[in-house]
Design a protein around this ligand. Sequence first.
Ligand code: PMP
Ligand code: GLN
Length: 381
Amino acid sequence: MILPHKHQAAETTIFTVMSALAAEHKAINLSQGFPDFPIEEQLIELVTKAMKEGANQYAPMTGLPALRQAIRQDFRHRYGLAIDADTEITITPGATYAIDLAFNTVLEPGDEVIVLEPAYDSYIPNIQMCGAHAVRVPLLTESFLPDWGKIQAAITQKTKAIIVNTPHNPSGAVWTSDDWNTLATLLAPHDIFVLSDEVYEQLVYDGKRHASVLDNPLLRERAFALFSFGKVFHCTGWKTGYCIAPPKLSAAFRKLHQFVAFSVNTPVQAGLAAYLQLPTRAPAAMLLQQKRDLFIDLMKASPFTIKAATSGSYFQLASYAGLSSLSDKAFAQWLTKEYQVATIPVSAFYAEGTDHKLLRFCFAKKDETLRAAVAQLAKLH
Ligand code: PMP
Ligand code: GLN
């Protein structure tokens, strides 16, 4: 019997490969993006309470009303945005799922999607699983910001969507509202949907402000904005996220969602709803910015080169170009085995494995983990 090839990407994602290698070699794992510090006790208590109080059966298909309302309030409070909880917000089992489902909602076989590289590794397989084609456009080399000329040149009659990721994984680059305005001008003559992966929206540093696609009136009417609670509340294992899209797009998204997942873990939704309504929550960006600064400072003792401090996300890029001529994948494996520090080779974010001799370090770790990791890296010469 023949199994179809649903996508042309790696057999096993780099995150699984590197986390497994880290476990095998008892290495400090700065590869896959997840925190090693505990999540807020209050959040655990609220989910436990929900479970004890009987929130253990199916949630409504679109998500618990209390959670959708809490998200609405949260967006009004933090961004001054008006979002309708009933018609525009759908709770999903994580953002990966929401991105895939948004692609499924808009794509037909033969369509093209513009993907800005380096790109998070699920996008292109998701597009291929819809029978569509990814048209890869490189981001600018140093800044990882959009190259508008190249994006414009990539638009064809077949372009159905573009996927944007801000704050960007792996570079941490963040879009400004000017970037969104430029995209809006560029897309105005075309029927092209926008998927905006904003999972790191609350992790923006140095006083910068996250600019959401939802804040651009021209783009908002054609956009699916995708979010994850995993990243902002440090509970990546809960796999809970949401999609915000205008009513017509949300209705089309839900038409699929009802037959793919139907609904999402009820006690987690109830706990998150209560947590979002607390008057004070620990600000994630402040904690993570301190960790970024500590990591960069510690790295001065290592032979790696950090070109620019990351502006957002969990990740910092560093170059090992002066250290080795190995490919980034070979170097990351060698580093894990010989120095017990696991990282992500950035070539994994390029369909053709473009190698700039960069590694991605996740700094969402306890200070002691960062210190121990860099103490190992400092032994390298
Ligand atoms: N998009 C990006 C850019 C990510 O880094 C991740 C990893 N968290 C996701 C989407 C997936 O989020 P989730 O774990 O909620 O599926
Ligand atoms: N988003 C995480 C990262 O970039 C990984 C999630 C996953 O393992 N799929 O490290």
